[in-house]
Design a binder for this molecule. Structure first.
Ligand code: F0G
Length: 435
């Protein structure tokens, strides 16, 4: 099965061997993607094969990424793949959140059920597999926390040395703790995500370290399986909308590529619309989507949001993401800190929970619903990207009325749930509970 790297720029489209260690097109500097010129599949046979693999005990088949390996066929063989049983994340009905958003029905695809608690695991198993294939010994990433947690886990599991670069003081403790526990060499840089990414891109080549940020096209291949698995779980009925948070925009790129490929292979018969939601303090892509045709992304130099996972002002994958939003007739929306916090509490009240960035989805749906962009009866799937326990500090502050927005404004605990201190006294406790 042949696979190649191709320049994403339609004016260039230069092709390179799949084993070349490049992250951008050497000819024009644009992003790269993988391409599979030989794909000839019978869609019905593929669907059957993937269903059968769910009953298999092999690690490869049990992975919710490698189960779909026909659609991510960039390796020559699979014996060195390291799987922590990533993917296999549930579709959850959330009537209460649907009500909050003004929809008849809403489903969450919860990527927080992944082994390291975020959607990054889908891509990381692929990125690490490519690193092993290339004979790399050290891998690195810049991260707002989840990529570093995931990379640390997969690299250590594969016997590679993980080196993570994180913005000092601006990632949640849960995520930092994961990087430490999984054995990553952890550098807390006194700069923001965008500045560190520029630094590390230069350093990676100098130090011979393989870069596993989402500019790495193999990460994108793995993240495609979030969509493939979602369609499989829905018996290949495409929803009207797929809603996701946007930060560095790798996931938007992956989802769009997956949808185009599934459509081309005849596995789905219509394209869902992508709705990308950004935090208002870090929303350069939202602004780009409103700019005239041909505009380029204007970075936000000091991005701010308590949803630190998406605190990114200069998202590298914007050209791909813009293409995917356009191809899917999609939209980009922005939401405030208060909207994110309240939506997050509503997702909690469904018994589901997620981290702040993930809750931007529900806040965005509510806004798009109010504006009449999404209709009440439409079939909507929102992707919750990270687990509730990634950022417990945020949760405690919200429920106790101590959460403050980056601009100093107080976040109202609209759905606050303040814990009560009680004496060690049965009568008094009974009295409090009957009030
Ligand atoms: N949600 C969560 C929980 C994330 O961690 C991220 C990105 C996103 C959404 C946005 O995804 O970048 O593909 O648009 N986190 C990266 C990280 C940047 O370093 O962990 P994106």
């Amino acid at each position: 099965m042949s696979a190649e790297l191709v320049c994403f720029d339609p004016k260039c489209r230069a092709r390179y061997p799949i084993t070349e260690v490049i992250y951008n097109c050497p000819r024009c500097g644009a992003l790269l993607e993988t391409d599979y010129p030989d794909w000839r599949y019978d869609p019905a046979a593929l669907k059957r094969l993937w269903r059968e693999r769910r009953m298999s005990n092999s690690a490869l088949d049990q992975s919710g990424v490698w189960r779909y390996r026909e659609c991510i066929s960039f390796l020559d063989g699979y014996d060195r793949v390291v799987s922590l049983r990533e993917g296999n994340t549930p579709l959850l009905d959330a009537p209460r959140a649907a009500d909050y958003a003004g929809l008849d029905r809403l489903t969450f695809k919860h990527q927080g059920f992944n082994p390291s608690g975020s959607f990054k695991d889908n891509g990381m198993t692929c990125g690490v597999a490519q690193a092993l294939r290339l004979g790399m010994t050290r891998v690195a990433c810049v991260s707002t926390g989840n990529t570093s947690a995931s990379m640390a886990a997969y690299a250590s599991a594969a016997g590679l040395q993980p080196v993570v670069f994180i913005p000092h003081g601006n990632i949640s403790y849960g995520k930092l703790a994961q990087a430490l526990e999984y054995g990553a060499r952890t550098l807390q840089v006194e700069a923001n995500f965008d500045q560190i990414l520029a630094l590390v891109r230069a350093l990676a080549e100098r130090l011979g370290i393989y870069l596993l940020n989402s500019i790495n096209p193999f990460r994108i291949e793995g993240q495609k399986t979030i969509i493939i698995e979602m369609m499989d779980q829905r018996d290949w009925r495409a929803p009207a909308w797929i809603v996701l948070p946007g930060g560095n925009l790798g996931n938007t790129s992956a989802f769009g590529k997956a949808l185009r490929e599934l459509n081309r292979l005849g596995l789905i018969d219509r394209m869902p619309r992508l709705a990308v939601i950004q935090a208002a303090g870090s929303a350069p892509f939202y602004r780009l989507a409103r700019a005239p045709e041909g505009a380029t992304l204007e970075p936000v130099t000091n991005p701010e949001t308590l949803a630190t996972a998406i605190r990114i002002g200069d998202p590298v994958s914007w050209p791909k993401a813009l293409h995917e939003v356009r191809c899917s007739n999609g939209v980009v929306e922005q939401v405030t800190e208060q909207e994110i916090a309240d939506a997050k509490a509503q997702i909690g009240l469904c018994g589901i929970g997620c981290e702040p960035a993930s809750a931007a989805t529900l806040a965005g749906i509510r806004k798009l619903r109010a504006a009449g962009v999404i209709r009440a009866g439409e079939d909507v799937v929102a992707v919750l990207t990270g687990n509730l326990l990634k950022d417990p500090d945020y949760i405690y502050r919200y429920h106790t009325g101590q959460l403050t927005a980056p601009d100093g404004g107080k976040i109202e605990p609209t759905f606050g749930n303040h814990p009560t201190v009680v004496p060690n006294d049965a009568d008094r406790i009974a009295e409090i509970l009957s009030a």
